[in-house]
Write a new protein. Sequence first.
Length: 221
Amino acid sequence: MSMSAGAGVRRRDGVAVVTAAAGMSLLGASLTAAPGSTRFYCQTLGVAGIWAGGALASGPIHLGTTTGSTAARPRRPVLVPVLLGVGAFAVFYLGARVARHIPLLNRAIASILGFAQHGSPGKVLFTTLANGAAEEVFFRGALYDAVGGRHPVAVSTALYSLSTVVTRNPSLVLASAVVGTLFGLQRQASGGILAPMLTHLVWSALMLRFLPPLFPAPDPD
């Protein structure tokens, strides 16, 4: 490895560590804000800004291609990731119908969905999708590349799940472990962030649209 290449790796590693620490700190703080408050929207968008900004500062981010693509005619993965997003939602929807009968998970999921039920639908959708896209740019982009050949799917998924521990919400930690594995495998198969990002955005939008009716909105206080 050349000196310049080694410096680039160290820079990516350093930026990834700083970004992860900053993003986790603000994420934990954002969920202490009142649902629908200006503070909540500013902090959640701030989290997205940290993920995306740190990722872009760390180095090049690759979109990836479908199997069989060549350098001359690269094909971006679109249809399969969208279908996977729908499929992931279907699995989670069925799981949510079971979880609402388990008091711990019912309270945890209802607590998170309260931010959607008490907030502006447009603002909640925007911040949700912004964070979903930014998470992929960082966790399946910069962080995945920083991990390199050291089991990147497992390590990036573990760190993705760890980032949700600051929320103290078991439903978020469990969900991040499941979808993080799916997104990581997509990153590995496609070589870039486009596939996991599309799956993440479709899954998030469907969850936001169809899960809240299953859980009564908690008091915003």
